[in-house]
Design a binder for this molecule. Sequence first.
Ligand SMILES: NC(=O)c1ccc[n+]([C@@H]2O[C@H](COP(=O)([O-])OP(=O)(O)OC[C@H]3O[C@@H](n4cnc5c(N)ncnc54)[C@H](OP(=O)(O)O)[C@@H]3O)[C@@H](O)[C@H]2O)c1
Length: 274
Amino acid sequence: MSSQTKIPVVVNGATGKMGREIVKAIAQAEDMTLVGAIARNPKLIGEDIGEVIGCGPLEIPVTNDLEATLVMAQSEGTAVMVDVTHPDRVYDAVRAAIAYGIRPVVGTTGLSADQIQELAEFADKASTGCLIIPNFSIGMVLLQQAALQASQYFDHVEIIELHHNQKADAPSGTAVQTAQMLSAQKDRYNPAQVEETEKLAGSRGGALESGIRIHSVRLPGLIAHQEVLFGAAGQLYTLRHDTSDRVCYMPGVLLSIRRVLPLKSLLYGLDKIL
Ligand SMILES: NC(=O)c1ccc[n+]([C@@H]2O[C@H](COP(=O)([O-])OP(=O)(O)OC[C@H]3O[C@@H](n4cnc5c(N)ncnc54)[C@H](OP(=O)(O)O)[C@@H]3O)[C@@H](O)[C@H]2O)c1
């Protein structure tokens, strides 16, 4: 495939845990070409991203100049920006990308519902595709589908999400997405059986309006894990997904890069493009 027909991709957060895997996956994808690698650490600026992540030279220097990278990517044709940065950073970066006609694929979690709504309106106005994917793994999509099915039969459900202790936001975007999907099926879960007193603030987790509770665990040694526990008289039904290596996200990342190109608006969730 000639470089003209390959999808130009910028990775924002290229030196992070997710960004490194994504740069490697793009370098190996026959229909994509890495055109920009953005990070923050001043020690890495100007270094070849391939050398930084240990996969050999890619001739793309790490930069912290988002705007200049977007301008350059725009000149390469219809380009994509994958964002795997930080909740404080992602909103402005995605708006800037859309303004330059670059299609964002957003893996960063922690965007508020209002921010997602604003980005959806902005993408609509610009007729530019944007994908927000709180979880790129197919296993999680299957877990969520099973949870939706179970919600027809169970009125009691709580979610436990467990992540490494460098994760900045809580609860995880995936846990929130799962709870929202379940809430769309039924107005009210977990009808009170007794009057509860929380003797240690937060011990019952965070509750959505629908009554679904989310509990967040943060420990070194974990990567990304989620349990959805349904309870009923005499039975417990547990759905669990465990991530043991970030490579599990890469098929979803590459699919998102391909699928965002023809879109004219914002879509939320990997299930929308499978
Ligand atoms: N959607 C999914 O399936 C999925 C899966 C896993 C993780 N995530 C999410 O992806 C995001 C990144 O996770 P990670 O584990 O890769 O994090 P990480 O290892 O901390 O990497 C973050 C990257 O973003 C850069 N960065 C951080 N803050 C920044 C800022 N204020 N301005 C510019 N760049 C900044 C960092 O640059 P420096 O290193 O130079 O500071 C680094 O390159 C998180 O929101 C996480 O929840 C999503």
